[in-house]
Design a protein. Structure first.
Ligand code: NAI
Length: 248
């Protein structure tokens, strides 16, 4: 894809299914990658042994300002800039009806999925503006934001908030050459899906779809990396589903 070789990318949630698939694609396109997750060993396990000249694993909590400042600082320290950002870390949290959900659990989901996305945008776009060369950002939302389902008050609310943040960030930063888009995956075979629905439930969660299966992480990462590339140079503020036909 155009405009990726030599670029410096930050990927959060890089120890997870979708994040590690995106890291692999970005490296294959010739990017240098700062891979962020809660635990450094988990990042290396998920992403494999990668050439240290083009890859750094950073342990950081995206729900805190310090965590987001730390991964931007590492990118600048190791590679000198930030051009691309996949704002992807997220949790499903405990699934239960609104009437039963502890406030602390609602707050925990919002802290990672919504506050974390806001803090990441703030830290990374400030850096992009300072560099003066533009940039591209993809926020990971969810098909569940567009088509709500039961027991997902915290998750669905946070992912809808991520869409609002995408649109506001796109409006505010287009004049700086910074594009911001959201990707809304449907059910994807990752640890998050298995933790939420169990191994069998996760597998079956694609049965009702037109494509009759769940996505592989790489099928989601493909759209994300396209949106980060210059092949998507006129796309900003967009919300793109990749869901096996769920919305039909
Ligand atoms: P995953 O569980 O494999 O990966 C998520 C990663 O985020 C994990 O490695 C986790 O350690 C990390 N993370 C969680 N909290 C963090 C924090 N505070 N700081 C830093 N890292 C943190 O799940 P998956 O599926 O790869 O998820 C990636 C994104 O895709 C998430 O935002 C998720 O909500 C979204 N998504 C996933 C779908 C699916 O069916 N798997 C469907 C729709 C959206």
């Amino acid at each position: 894809m155009r405009g990726l070789a030599g670029k410096i990318a930050i990927v959060t949630g890089a120890a997870g299914g979708i994040g590690s698939a995106a890291v692999a694609r970005l490296l294959a396109e010739g990017c240098r990658v700062v891979a962020v997750d809660l635990d450094e060993d988990d990042i290396v396990k998920a992403c494999g042994e990668v050439d240290g000249d083009r890859f750094v694993a950073v342990a950081a909590d995206v729900s805190t300002p310090d965590g987001c400042a730390a991964y931007v600082k590492q990118a600048v320290h190791r590679f000198g800039a930030v051009h691309l950002f996949l704002n992807n870390a997220g949790i499903m949290g405990v699934r239960m009806p609104i009437v039963d959900m502890p406030v602390a659990e609602f707050d925990r989901i919002i802290a990672v999925n919504l506050r974390g996305v806001f803090l990441g945008l703030q830290a990374v776009i400030r850096q992009m503006i300072a560099q003066g060369e533009g940039g591209a950002v993809v926020n990971t939302s969810s098909a569940g934001a567009l088509r709500p389902y039961v027991n997902s008050a915290g998750y669905g609310t946070s992912k809808n908030g991520g869409i609002s943040l995408t649109k506001v960030a796109a409006l505010e930063n287009g004049s700086h050459g910074v594009r911001v888009n959201a990707v809304c995956p449907g059910s994807t075979a990752t640890p998050l899906l298995t933790a939420a629905f169990g191994a069998e439930g996760a597998e079956k969660s694609g049965d009702h779809l037109p494509l009759a299966r769940v996505a592989s992480p790489d099928e989601i990462a493909a759209l994300m990396v396209y949106l980060l590339s210059d092949d998507a140079s006129y796309q900003t503020g967009g919300v793109y589903t990749v869901d096996g036909g769920l919305m039909l």
